[in-house]
Write a new protein. Sequence first.
Length: 134
Amino acid sequence: MIAELICAYIIKSNSPVSCIEAIAKLESNLNYKAREALGEIGLFQMRPKYFKTSWDLNRQIKLGIDALGTIKARCVRDLGQNWVACWNIGKSGALKLRGRKPGPYILKYIMLAKQTEIEFRRRYENLSYYSFNF
């Protein structure tokens, strides 16, 4: 159910499904009630200190989509496919990884993004106009 709700918001916002759903799987295994040691909460493990997140599932999805879009736009030019490290450790931390082989977080993200793309295509075969971009 959560994956379908994420997809509905993603389609509405014209965002890349594989990217967003993969981050939610990687960060919380699609558990919108997840909580971590540093106070990160929800699907995307966002810190309330930096984001006005809440336990509301719809709000988490909307905020996650917006935040991921912003972070990707800031980092993709410098890091390419490894932009996802910016989500995990911030841009300054991620830039230190430039030129290195992708670490476990990035490799797992890439695997999940590819799986998510395949799952999405199976679920929504009639949406051929949708672009997949991870």
